[in-house]
Ligand binder design. Structure first.
Ligand code: AMP
Ligand code: ZN
Length: 110
């Protein structure tokens, strides 16, 4: 989607600090980190959020979660918190599904 911020990051039109990438998933550092480590993990395919996942997209969601684990191992995270905000009332600001991976001291509450 041309007007989607994260689709533009996937397309390389907007730079990001890439942490992990494969053919289906991209992970990059959040521009406004809320913890010592704050990484966003997204499917390259545009999916609005969890509530919008179609039946055939669930395996992709599983691979996004698997990538979160790879990122945690790659970054040697001893423990981490995963959050995905769903919908405006769920605190979602960017409407391309993303999973926040947070680690370090003083993790924000939920
Ligand atoms: P959410 O509120 O769950 O939609 O989170 C959106 C996240 O995207 C926020 O934590 C922002 O700091 C982050 N963000 C916005 N623009 C960028 C960008 N250009 N690069 C990296 N992270 C971004
Ligand atoms: Zn998108």
């Amino acid at each position: 989607m041309t007007d989607c911020l994260f689709c533009n990051i996937v397309a390389g039109n907007i730079p990001c600090d890439t942490v992990y990438e494969d053919s289906e998933v991209l992970a990059f550092r959040d521009i406004n980190p809320k913890a010592d480590t704050h990484i966003l993990v997204i499917p390259k395919q545009h999916i609005v959020n969890l509530a919008d996942v179609s039946e055939q997209q669930w395996p992709l969601v599983g691979r996004v979660l698997q990538s979160i684990n790879k990122v945690a191992q790659q970054e040697s995270l001893e423990g981490f918190r995963v959050i995905t905000n769903n919908g405006e009332k769920g605190g979602q600001e960017v409407f391309h599904m993303h999973w926040h991976v947070l680690a370090g001291k003083n993790l924000p509450g939920f």
